[in-house]
Design a protein around this ligand. Structure first.
Ligand SMILES: [Zn+2]
Length: 126
């Protein structure tokens, strides 16, 4: 049995944090259809989650590295559940900040507060 080491992520502090009113926190997003973990995300500010900025996705690595690859909207993939293939989000550019993001599809995901630990602890429901 191999034990996967969990990573404790640290919240990013940059100009976007203040622009969005501070109050940054981690969120785990799960597929609403099959429960698969989708992303570990840093949300800045209050309000509902409408889009996922690429530079706020910490995990999985396949997604978090996109921001380093000189990505553009054209070469960004759709955000899909790795397990069941449900479409979660589509590429977009948030023009106000010129930031790449995924526009989330309402109802495709559920979110939970996270401590920034990945992989997330999956507890057994009692
Ligand atoms: Zn799924």
């Amino acid at each position: 049995m191999t034990e996967q080491k969990s990573i404790q992520h640290t919240l990013r502090k940059d100009r976007y944090v203040n622009a969005h009113g501070g109050n940054s926190h981690f969120l785990d997003l799960y597929c609403s259809r099959c429960g698969q973990h989708l992303v570990l995300y840093q949300k800045d500010g209050r309000g509902s989650l409408i889009r996922l900025y690429l530079d706020r996705i910490f995990e999985p690595k396949e997604l978090s590295v996109l921001q380093l690859k000189n990505a553009s909207k054209k070469n960004m993939p759709n955000l899909k559940c790795q397990k069941c293939g449900l479409l979660i989000g589509t590429p977009m550019v948030y023009q106000l900040e010129k930031r790449l993001a995924f526009r989330l599809i309402r109802g495709s995901f559920v979110k939970e507060k996270s401590e920034g630990i990945y992989p997330p602890f999956v507890g057994t429901l009692v």
